[in-house]
Design a protein. Structure first.
Length: 135
């Protein structure tokens, strides 16, 4: 019995197809093995990244209740955070939790500040990474 598309016997054509499928499967498996550690490393770096409030360029400034940066001593505004917040802390706060060492009102102002971060601002890359879905 021969394969209709060639002069080779059907068994030989089926064997070639199986070998090709096995080779493709092996390539796919090695890609998964090499990508997973990279994703795990990325996830760890996102959790450990830091977001200063406010960024270093505006250190000493206060954060208003609406998340804007205002001059130090502005009535109703909050002093800068003493330490940068870790990515995991920010992720929890964005999900409705509270940043460590903050009051409810201070937390709300700091979270609004973080949500307003723009490219080029210290902490933006960390914040953007927190927004990316993880597989």
């Amino acid at each position: 019995m021969t394969d209709e598309t060639s002069d080779r016997p059907a068994d030989e054509a089926a064997g070639t197809t199986r070998r090709r499928a096995l080779m493709l499967g092996a390539v796919g498996a090695s890609a998964v093995v090499s990508i997973r550690p990279a994703l795990a490393q990325t996830q760890a770096s996102v959790i450990n990244c830091e977001i200063p409030v406010p960024d270093a360029g505006r250190a000493g400034s206060y954060i208003a209740a609406d998340g804007s940066v205002v001059p130090a001593g502005t009535p109703g505004a909050f002093p800068p955070a003493s330490l940068a917040f870790k990515g995991q802390d920010v992720k929890n706060a964005l999900a409705g939790g509270q940043l460590p060492g903050t009051t409810y009102e201070q937390n709300q102002a700091y979270v609004k500040y973080i949500r307003r971060l723009q490219s080029g601002t210290s902490g933006f890359t960390c914040f953007a990474s927190l927004q990316m879905p993880r597989g």
